[in-house]
Design a protein around this ligand. Structure first.
Ligand code: SF4
Length: 87
């Protein structure tokens, strides 16, 4: 079982930056989404817990937000690929 709090303590997104990791409650146009996700990804690239974060999000099949530098669709593709390889 993952202890979420342990690895998240060193995360880049545990500050005011958190707003970049999830879609806003209002409709988000593609250019806005690309910009927001780009900022989140740049934070993920320098995050010390990126690997743990991505592994966790895959393990729990997290369906929202940027985790480990990947958005929802990218994680779904990765999970599909992992399942196909292990079949
Ligand atoms: S990899 Fe990105 S989403 Fe994951 S903890 Fe780090 S900054 Fe947050």
């Amino acid at each position: 079982m993952y202890d979420e709090l342990m690895w998240r303590a060193g995360a880049e997104c545990q500050t005011d930056n958190a707003v970049y990791f999830y879609a806003p409650s209002h409709f988000e146009r593609k250019p806005e989404k690309d910009l927001r996700e780009g900022i989140a990804r740049s934070l993920c690239r320098k995050c010390k817990v990126k690997e743990q974060c991505l592994n966790y999000s895959i393990a729990v099949e997290e369906s929202h937000g940027i985790w480990g530098g990947l958005n929802e669709l990218e994680r779904k593709r990765l999970l599909r690929s992992m399942r196909a390889q292990s079949a």
